[in-house]
Structure formats: C-alpha cells, structure tokens
Write a protein that binds this ligand. Structure first.
Ligand code: ZN
Length: 236
C-alpha cells in the first residue's frame, strides 16, 4: 500500500493538520485513461496522487492532440482550478494507472479558502508546476523528438518511481506532438543502443544514465524544479 505521505503536497503539511486532512480523504485506484478533469466545468474531485501519472492534454480544432503537462505524486492535478473560474482548455487523465487520496472538489475549495497553511502549499505547487510548464513550452518548440522522448521518459520514471511502466504507443506520439513514425523511429534508436526496451506496451528503462545523456538540457532543469516542490516547508 502506498503511503499517504508519498504525495509531496501532503508530506509538506504540518503533522497535525495533515492527519486531520487525510482522515477526510478517500483512497481510490485510478485506472488507465481515467479522467481527472475535462474542459466541461469544474472537476468533481481533487486527487492527491500517491502513485501513477496523469497527463494534461490539449486538443486542437482539427482533433490533433498533444501533452502539455504531467502530474505525479508531487501534487494535485486540480490545483489550478482552485485559483478561479476560468474555463480550462485542457483535460487530464491517467497515463500510468495509479492511486490517489480523493476529496470532493467543493470541500477542497473550502479548505483552500479557509486554511492558510493548505493554501500556501497549493500555491507553492502551482508556482513550481508553472515553471515546469514554461520549460516544456520552450522544449517542445526548440528540441528534437528523440531528445524530448528521452527527457519525457525520465520525467515519467521520476514520478512513478520505477524503471518499468505501461505506455500506449499512441500516447507516445501524443506526448511528443509528433507523427507516430517519428516517435517509433526515436524509440527504436534508443532501443538499438540498449537504453530502453519497449514491448507490448511495457517500457523498460535499461540504462538511465545513457538516457539522461540522450535527453535535452530541459531534463535536469525540470528535475530540479520537481525536487524543489514544497521543499521549503517539507516536514521530515
Ligand atoms: Zn528540451
């Protein structure tokens, strides 16, 4: 069973408040493709992810899609919804099945409005996530598919805490916003070098050090931002 405090946002709260909050959260399993929010109104729930990974995906008018962000156990994908009533142009679903502690979104809003400690932690997470998004925007514009694939696989590895995870081939293309053939070629090149093994939807990272060398400079930048999530007030 994953520990509730494997979620970094929850881990950063003071023990007394964290205990009272966790008592009101419901442990849930999140299956592959399960929607955490879409662009049709406010989410039903907030999810403190404790394992797995969620993708934030943007869809254009012609139906083409690309991943614009990811969330793992560092936080809560519905954080941005707490800031106001803006219509969200993205959706977010589980890309690697996992677990979370769930709370009705209305209760989450109340907590955000009434508990300064909780609000400060959520805002800290939003700031870190915002900086990661700006790095990803530059990466998607300036870096090649093969180095972005390596960067992305390392980001998933950090979030799921494993060298092995299931990924659909279609999603690899969505993630890179590239043609499927481009992604297949990039993955095949990494596989030929013995860095990864991708078979029947299971991705195995065989040589993380070489994968880091194959990734663009954005990976260490994003890793540092990820590791700094809530670190200023992290409770041991
Ligand atoms: Zn990059």
């Amino acid at each position: 069973m994953t520990s509730p405090v494997s979620n970094l946002l929850l881990a950063s709260l003071s023990p007394a408040y964290r205990h009272s909050l966790i008592a009101r959260l419901k442990p849930v399993s999140l299956r592959l493709k399960e929607m955490l929010y879409d662009n049709d109104g406010p989410p039903k729930f907030g999810h403190f992810l404790t394992s797995g990974m969620a993708s934030v995906v943007s869809t254009m008018a012609n139906g083409s899609t690309t991943e614009v962000g990811i969330w793992g156990k560092e936080g809560m994908p519905q954080s941005f919804h707490l800031l106001g009533n803006a219509k969200v142009p993205t959706c977010c679903f589980m890309q690697v099945a996992g677990t979370a502690l769930q709370i009705p979104f209305k209760e989450l809003q109340k907590e955000f409005q009434e508990v300064p400690e909780f609000r400060e932690c959520v805002l800290q997470g939003i700031q870190s996530h915002g900086f990661i998004l700006s790095q990803l925007a530059a990466c998607n514009r300036l870096h090649e598919a093969d180095e972005r694939l390596a960067r992305w696989l390392l980001m998933v590895r950090d979030r799921v805490g494993s060298d092995s995870f299931y990924l659909t081939q279609d999603f690899l293309a969505t993630m890179l916003g590239s043609r499927r053939t481009t992604v297949t070629a990039a993955a095949s090149a990494l596989q030929r070098r013995g860095i990864i093994k991708y078979s029947r939807g299971r991705m195995n990272i065989l040589d993380a050090k070489s994968l880091e060398e194959a990734a663009c400079e954005c990976y260490p930048t994003i890793r540092n931002l990820y590791q700094d999530f809530f670190s200023a007030n992290l409770v041991a």
